[in-house]
Ligand binder design. Structure first.
Ligand code: OXD
Ligand code: MN
Length: 596
């Protein structure tokens, strides 16, 4: 291959400039071929970056371990760098581009000396689709290359596409010293540029994912009048073969991946539903000439949380990750297969834990607690096409039409199992105020509620007040806007026991949602929105304890009035920037609750 296998002058100049700063020993362009991928796998095994797993039981699978303090996205080291602070908004950490470039340049300088720089041209979305965006990531990590080959469409075809239109997001990554004190995840939306240094963790370094497809894309989407959202996309095939698609936003640890590929419960099976997975994390959506909202999943793989994944919670994912999968920070078993807390089968007696230490089941740490075999945020990276429910429309350039948007959080109290907003504007209010309880996987007091609008709080690349305004404006452009719903699979009784079984049973709620979209069923009007009449949820084959369905749909005025105080405080963060329509929705909800 030539030194620069492209005629794109901007690309050549940029690669040269970045190489001048990072000083790699050589530069290799990713062509997307199997042959090149296999060569990198061999090299990465040789260097210890990955461990080859049992190829009979897990063909094409590898294990990678990150540094101990590099196991999750580091939001406090993640910045939106705009000239004006208010453009990043109170929802983001901010630096001026000048300061940020200067700080990062000092870390990038010479960071690739003794290493190779890989150039990864990648497309988010099908190559050539008018809705796709191209990025080029420069990295000194083979782990990043191997992951990007799963998560994105990468290689020659993208480079050819780039010859034509020339535009790409400039993504620079170096592991540097993997030092948390020299780690920065920087976004320069005004320059269409991302610089990430000092980390090797997926969410910080697979720059096509959160950095490009959400933070930078949300900024571009506002200008170009579309949506870049933290949403799953799934198809529900009805018994007559017609498929309806929904998009859903849920914060981490609320079951987005499981929902995207759910297995219909036995009681509904005879109705003949099938589920099709389009995406589990990101949706790009735009208004088409038919006045509806159409969505693509820009990714081509899953970067999912391993702990808790098993044949009960997600049988389709269990099948998906049996081949061509990269595991990160899981337990290595003596037979060179892998395990994590909540995996299928018996707890292994021993193995090598995620930090590379010998591990025995129940082994206590110095505080007497059992040492985990896998990190709670251990991950797998797997091709979406491995998934038994992968939709045939994933590769279609046009995407899928969205009938309903679902927002959801983890709330033991307050939010009912499901409710429908009164209008698009009210739906934006619902999304902008959605909250979720912190879990053991997050920093903070368990049970405390954090407001995470549209599950985008950590991912919105600009001032969220403007993001809400954008949502309101797009609503006005749609002749056939999707209906907006809120769901809560996590409502619990006084003893903390979940009232709803979740997982596949959630299809019963989705069925009601689609019936509402198709005007097939009436609903009850409550102060917060429309809720189902209990008899309209098909409960065939599911028996809940006496009164539980009623409790799942109950709305407590007192709790909602309390919630409004939290919402008010949150909205006040945005001062006069917050769209007045949202204050209006707030006031109207207050009045409805007081009048009850
Ligand atoms: C996340 C993820 O952190 O999808 O939201 O990895
Ligand atoms: Mn996510």
């Amino acid at each position: 291959m030539d030194k620069f296998p492209t005629h794109n002058k901007k690309l050549i100049e940029w690669v040269k400039n970045m190489a001048r700063m990072c000083q790699p020993d050589d530069i290799v362009w990713i062509d997307g071929s199997d042959e090149q991928k296999q060569r990198f796998e061999k090299e990465a095994i040789g260097s210890g970056e990955i461990i080859q797993l049992n190829q009979e039981k897990l063909p094409g699978c590898f294990l990678h371990r990150t540094a101990k303090d590099d196991v999750a996205r580091t939001e406090h080291l993640t910045f939106i760098c705009t000239k004006i602070k208010n453009d990043a908004g109170p929802n983001n950490n901010w630096m001026t581009p000048k300061t940020a470039y200067k700080k990062a340049r000092a870390i990038f300088k010479g960071s690739m000396s003794g290493r190779r720089m890989y150039v990864i041209p990648f497309s988010m979305g099908p190559v050539g689709s008018p809705f796709s965006k191209i990025g080029v990531e420069l990295t000194d990590s083979r782990y990043v290359v191997l992951n990007m080959l799963i998560m994105t469409r990468a290689g020659e075809a993208v480079l050819r596409q780039l010859e034509k239109d020339g535009h790409f997001t400039k993504c620079l990554h170096s592991k540097a010293e993997l030092d948390i004190n020299k780690r920065l995840i920087l976004h320069f939306p005004e320059d269409n540029t991302i610089w990430s240094v000092g980390s090797g963790y997926g969410g910080n370094v697979l720059l096509g994912k959160k950095c490009l497809s959400l933070r930078i894309a949300s900024f571009i989407a506002r200008k170009e009048k579309w949506f870049a959202e933290h949403m799953l996309i799934m198809g529900i095939e009805e018994p007559n073969g017609h498929v309806e698609y929904i998009a859903g936003a849920f914060p981490s640890a609320c079951g987005k991946t499981n929902l995207a590929m759910l297995v219909p419960p036995d009681g509904l099976k005879k109705k003949g539903y099938r589920i099709w997975t389009v995406g589990d994390d990101i949706a790009w959506m735009r208004v088409d000439t038919d006045g509806s909202l159409w969505a693509i999943n820009p990714e081509s793989g899953f970067f999912g949380v391993a702990p808790g994944t098993n044949s009960k919670t997600n049988p389709n994912m269990v099948d998906t990750i049996k081949k061509n999968t990269i595991y990160t920070n899981v337990l290595l078993k003596p037979d060179r297969t892998v395990w994590w807390e909540g995996a299928n089968g018996e707890v292994p007696q021993e193995g090598v834990d995620w930090q590379g230490g010998l591990w025995k089941a129940g082994m206590p740490d110095d505080r007497g607690r059992p040492i985990l075999g896998a990190h709670p945020n251990a991950r797998f990276t797997a091709p979406i096409m491995n998934c038994p429910t992968a939709s045939f429309r994933i590769e279609q350039h046009h995407g899928v039409p969205i009938s309903a948007i679902i927002f959801g959080g983890r709330r033991q109290h307050l939010a009912p199992l499901v409710y429908e907003s009164f209008s698009w504007q009210h739906g934006v209010f619902v999304g902008s105020t959605m909250g979720s309880e912190l879990t053991a996987a997050q920093v903070g007091k368990i049970g405390d509620v954090r407001i995470d609008p549209m599950a985008m709080f950590p991912f919105c690349g600009y001032n969220m007040a403007e993001y809400f305004r954008h949502w309101l404006a797009i609503g006005k452009r749609m002749a056939k806007a999707p209906k907006i719903f809120h769901v809560n699979w996590f409502r619990a009784d006084e003893s903390g026991k979940f009232l709803w079984p979740g997982f596949g049973e959630n299809l019963r709620v989705l069925e009601w949602i689609l019936d509402r979209c198709n005007n097939k069923v009436d609903a009850l009007k409550s102060p917060i929105g429309y809720i189902p009449r209990p008899t309209d949820l098909d409960m065939t084959g599911l028996t809940l304890a006496n009164g539980d369905l009623h409790r799942l749909l109950e709305i407590s005025n007192e709790d909602w009035l309390e919630e409004l105080k939290r919402i008010k405080k949150f909205y006040q963060l945005f001062k006069e920037d917050l769209p007045k329509e949202l204050w209006q929705e707030y006031e109207e909800l207050l009045l409805r609750l007081k009048a009850r």
